[in-house]
Ligand binder design. Structure first.
Ligand SMILES: *Cc1c(COP(=O)(O)O)cnc(C)c1O
Length: 431
């Protein structure tokens, strides 16, 4: 039984000076019950908390730690960069090199701008798409997360396929009105939106594999259908690959599924654990960005030398070791097969979505293809399962609506340990 008195005390203190006690809401355990654990260090597949507990890790900082924690390749690059100063506010060689590397890896990107987070990348990308097309509206999908920019915090109520409604206080109705939403995997709904807003839609933005409603895959023809529609209507197609970029393939989903967007947003893995994002795309679109063009976007710490050193080391490693993706796929398949067998043995009917090193176990017997179907999950059961896993030293994302990430630090032996623990936790959770 894992106890966490120090974490509990820190969480109590934290709530006096930090909203909700955390610096990002997903870290709180509100959806699953209990208090978050406060981490001290991590190495390879393991996290260590303030109470000296060890957890096998399937969040990996929400994606970046694809090589496991404190990987030497990234750590050494950072250590080498630190003595040369932490920031210049002037261009550096590394920024040229990382831009060239990203362009060589990601099919859609001919030019790229570095920023400091995924949120900044998506906010900037739609500004550029609007500047480029001279149009105001964007289409996003229910259940897709694109960071916390105002335009993205919009949900469609049932049938609200014309005007968005702000999903968060502080987002103005004006912003909401420019954000149209459609159900994921529903090409027909997107076509209707475009038809009803002729020549007004600047961009369609989506996670080409969605990881923020749990893992949801694009159905056959969905991505290509969007590509064709955007070509016909002069709409900028933006793949938000903040999560999937460098994770599902060196060139992301666009490489894996062979559909090329006009623009791509990146984050997470691109910084190797440092705060980095990027957006890029066709030259003619990216040349609208200042100082080449009129769309303003800037950043005091953008292209930061320490962050670039970390990102370069990470991307170079992945680019030079493409076998990593096959290994991750096999390891994750082995975990997923094990969970399926457990479910069968227990007579449970659940849905597992899986691609590459990402998977989600949904506590529903329905196929999960969009946010509506994801929401049929039994979240109370998920909460019990999550806590049973935590008690047994396995750290999962504290929400049913998240994907899990497998890192290269998870050996086959650890994968089997996960499967065994999963069986015990499922048993406990259903009883
Ligand atoms: C995490 C994420 C973001 C936001 O990135 P931050 O670095 O947290 O701002 C945007 N889009 C997707 C798909 C993400 O998974």
């Amino acid at each position: 039984m894992i106890k966490a008195p120090v974490s509990n005390e820190l969480f109590e203190r934290a709530q006096h000076t930090i909203p909700g006690g955390v610096n990002s809401p997903v870290r709180a355990f509100r959806a699953v019950g209990g208090n978050p654990r406060f981490m001290v260090s991590a190495k390879g597949p393991y996290l260590y908390d303030e109470d000296g507990n060890r957890y096998m890790e399937f969040i990996n900082s929400w994606g970046p730690m694809i090589l496991g924690h404190a990987n030497e390749v990234v750590q050494e690059a950072i250590q080498a960069a630190v003595p040369k100063s932490l920031s210049f506010g002037a261009p550096t060689r590394k920024e040229v090199e990382i831009a060239e590397l990203i362009v060589s890896m990601v099919p859609s990107i001919e030019k790229v701008r570095m920023v400091n987070s995924g949120t900044e990348a998506t906010m900037s990308a739609i500004r550029v798409a609007r500047g480029y097309t001279g149009r105001n509206k964007i289409i996003k999908f229910e259940g897709c997360y694109h960071g916390h920019g105002d335009s993205f915090l919009i949900a469609a109520g049932s049938g609200a396929i014309t005007l968005g409604v702000p999903d968060s206080p502080g987002v103005t109705e004006g912003v909401a009105a420019d954000t149209l939403t459609a159900p994921y995997n529903n090409l027909e709904a997107v076509m209707q939106l475009v038809e009803a807003n002729k020549e007004k839609v600047a961009a369609i933005i989506l996670e080409p594999v969605a990881g923020n409603m749990g893992l949801v895959l694009p159905q056959d023809g969905f991505l290509q259908g969007l590509r064709n529609l955007c070509d016909q209507e002069g709409i900028v197609l933006i793949f938000d690959e903040v999560m999937t970029g460098f994770r599902l393939a060196p060139g992301g989903v666009q490489q894996l599924f062979g559909v090329t967007p006009d623009m791509t947003t990146l984050g997470k893995i691109i910084g190797g654990g440092m705060p980095v994002g990027a957006y890029g795309g066709k030259k003619e679109i990216m040349d609208f960005v200042a100082p080449a063009g009129p769309v303003y976007q800037a950043g005091t710490l953008s292209g930061n030398p320490i962050a670039m050193a970390a990102g370069m080391a990470m991307l170079n490693y992945l680019n030079d070791h493409k076998e990593v993706y096959q290994q991750l796929e096999e390891r994750t398949s082995s975990i997923v097969a094990g969970i399926r067998k457990n479910l069968q043995d227990l007579g449970l009917n659940c849905t597992i979505n899986h691609v590459g090193s990402m998977f989600s176990l949904f506590f529903t017997d329905q196929p999960v293809v969009d946010f509506e179907s994801a929401k049929t999950s039994d979240t109370a059961l998920f909460g019990r399962y999550f806590n049973s896993m935590l008690q047994r030293g396995i750290y999962l994302a504290p929400s049913q609506y998240e994907a899990l990430f497998v890192s290269t630090a998870i050996t086959e032996e650890l994968a089997q340990q996960f499967v065994q623990t999963n069986l015990e936790a499922l048993k406990e959770a259903v009883n």
